[in-house]
Design a protein around this ligand. Structure first.
Ligand code: AMP
Ligand code: ZN
Length: 112
C-alpha cells in the first residue's frame, strides 16, 4: 500500500525507532507514547486491521501475540504490560495498518 503510513515505515521511507525486525514483523516505538515503554508490533505485509484478518493470518497473529511478553521484558517491563489492538474507527483505530500496542512502566496503568 503506497499511501499507508506504516507501510512507509516498513519500506524505510519514514524513519522509526526500531526495536525488532524479521521477515514478517517490525517493532518500533510509538511516536506519541502513552507510557514510559510503548511499542507497536506490525506485520510487514499490509493488512488494514484485525477486522480484515483471515485464517491465513492465524500464525502471524499468534507470533505477534507471543512476541509481546518477550519484547516487554527486553524493555524492562518485568511487572507486566498492556496489549491493545484498536480496530476500525469505532475502536479508535487511526492508522489503518494492523498494529499491536504493547505498553507499560511508570505509575500504575489506569483500570479500563
Ligand atoms: P491507533 O490509534 O491504534 O491506530 O494507533 C496509532 C498509533 O500510531 C498512535 O499511538 C500513534 O502515536 C502512532 N504513530 C503515528 N505515526 C507514527 C509514526 N510515524 N511513528 C511511530 N508511531 C506513530
Ligand atoms: Zn500498510
Amino acid at each position: 500500500m503506497t499511501d499507508c503510513l506504516f507501510c512507509k515505515i516498513v519500506r524505510g521511507e519514514i524513519p522509526s525507532k526500531k526495536a525488532y525486525e524479521d521477515d514478517e514483523v517490525l517493532v518500533f516505538h510509538d511516536i506519541h507514547p502513552i507510557a514510559p515503554v510503548h511499542l507497536l508490533l506490525i506485520p510487514k505485509a499490509h493488512v488494514a486491521s484485525l477486522g480484515e484478518c483471515t485464517a491465513e493470518h492465524q500464525s502471524l497473529l499468534g507470533k505477534m501475540l507471543l512476541m509481546a511478553p518477550k519484547l516487554a521484558l527486553e524493555h524492562g517491563l518485568d511487572n507486566g504490560f498492556r496489549t491493545m489492538i484498536n480496530t476500525g474507527p469505532g475502536g479508535g483505530q487511526e492508522v489503518f495498518h494492523l498494529h499491536l500496542h504493547v505498553f507499560g512502566g511508570g505509575d500504575r496503568i489506569p483500570k479500563l
